[in-house]
Design a protein around this ligand. Structure first.
Ligand code: MN
Length: 228
């Protein structure tokens, strides 16, 4: 049997300090997972169940790459986030089992067309056009958990042109990584190759063409992306 078109390539992310790559299956993102960010977006940060949206795997941008300022928007925001990379999946994964399914971690940016997201929220429509556009998912090299363990605290920060914009700590997450994996696996069958962007701390703001976005998470690594 022949493919009638060339099979689309499988997106990959480099594994730090190796020649290896991590192939990406899906990208899930958690909304409002830090209380201060929930407040800045006008929401009560009480511990309501986590909610999710997805980005497209072919929208990844590597560390040192370029983020083309997207069309149809005048308000593109940065959201610095810890990214979890699954090495195994499953359905209804127990919280106590969840970290065994994690291959590693990375620093990512959940780039957002905030104006379009806001219009979709107001109309009760899906967020795709605000969240799942081309190049919307910068992600630095994957760092295996076998090297760094499973970080539960450490500074999360983002500078724009050298000026600190976002600052938080992994220990401020409303839903922990094991809780998030367990909950998400009740909604979707997770597999090796799935990424989970775990939410952003406060300080989200607009970017402009020419900006240099430089972020990091203590114990994991750093990510730099230029807005062009
Ligand atoms: Mn986000």
């Amino acid at each position: 049997m022949n493919s009638v078109i060339a099979p689309p390539p499988v997106p990959t992310i480099a594994v730090r300090n190796t020649m290896d790559v991590y192939p990406v299956h899906r990208i899930y993102c958690v909304g409002r997972n830090y209380a201060e960010h929930a407040r800045e977006m006008g929401h009560d940060p009480d511990r309501e169940p986590p909610f999710f949206f997805q980005k497209n795997p072919d929208s990844l941008v590597p560390n040192g790459g370029e983020f083309p300022y997207p069309d149809k928007t005048h308000d593109v925001h940065h959201e610095i986030e810890m990214v979890v990379a699954l090495g195994a999946g499953g359905k209804d994964i127990p919280v106590a089992e969840a970290l065994h399914r994690v291959y590693g971690y990375a620093v990512g940016l959940d780039m957002t067309r905030r104006d379009l997201q806001g219009q979709m929220k107001a109309a009760g429509r899906p967020w795709e056009i605000g969240k799942a556009f081309d190049s919307a998912a910068p992600c630095a090299e994957i760092v295996p958990a076998s090297e760094i363990g499973h970080p539960t605290q450490g500074a999360v920060w983002l500078k724009v042109n050298g000026e600190l914009r976002q600052q938080g700590d992994l220990n401020q997450m409303i839903w922990t990584v094991p809780e998030t994996i367990a909950y998400l696996s009740g909604l979707f069958t997770l597999t090796a190759g799935d990424l989970i962007y775990t939410g952003t701390p406060a300080g989200v703001a607009a970017v402009q063409r020419g900006d240099i976005l430089h972020g990091g998470i203590d114990g994991i690594g750093e990510l730099q992306v230029n807005v062009v």
